[in-house]
Design a protein around this ligand. Structure first.
Ligand SMILES: [Zn+2]
Length: 175
């Protein structure tokens, strides 16, 4: 076991050992919606999103998360990688990431907003905004993404209120 279990931020306790690493496979795993074919994100309607703009859409899961806010920003058009964005859209994305980060922080009692891009599950370009609560030293850093699954889900009304605060903040700053 590497010494990660000594970190205050490690979410687990007790005896653990890393899994053995399997040999490389022939190909990378197939992602959902490759080439835009059968892509659920392309097919989603605007009313399924928390907030939309001409070329971007922001959504949240349909159930409370462990962290106070977890939202995902997508390009409206199907792109597979950040590097495939035309310069104009990439520039717009930079501005939008800053605006959304600010808006998530404005919800209050947010210690940090982690802005992440993995993209190994679904191909349609998406960025994660994961808000960790302020004043919980155990929740700092990259394990916050794991803590989101470990923590009990927020009470439904608190979660809805956080989303609504974010939506209003975005409406008022991006109009
Ligand atoms: Zn798509």
């Amino acid at each position: 076991m590497p010494p990660v279990d000594e970190w205050e931020t490690f979410p687990f306790d007790g005896e653990m050992r890393p899994r053995a690493l399997a040999p490389p496979s022939e190909h990378d795993p197939v992602r959902h919606g490759e080439g835009g074919v059968g892509c659920r994100r392309c097919a989603a309607r605007d009313d399924e999103y928390l907030w939309t703009a001409e070329r971007w859409r922001l959504w949240a899961f349909d159930r409370p998360t462990g962290l106070p806010l977890v939202v995902l920003l997508e390009s409206r058009e199907h792109f597979a990688e950040p590097g495939e964005l035309p310069d104009e859209l990439a520039a717009e994305l930079g501005v939008l990431i800053a605006r959304i980060e600010r808006a998530v922080r404005a919800v209050g009692e947010i210690g940090r907003v982690h802005v992440c891009r993995w993209g190994d599950g679904g191909e349609h370009l998406h960025w994660w905004f994961m808000a960790r609560p302020a004043r919980f030293p155990q929740l700092v850093g990259s394990f916050a993404a794991i803590w989101d699954d470990v923590l009990p889900p927020l009470p439904e009304d608190v979660w809805r209120e956080n989303l609504e605060l974010l939506r209003r903040e975005l409406e008022s700053t991006t109009a």
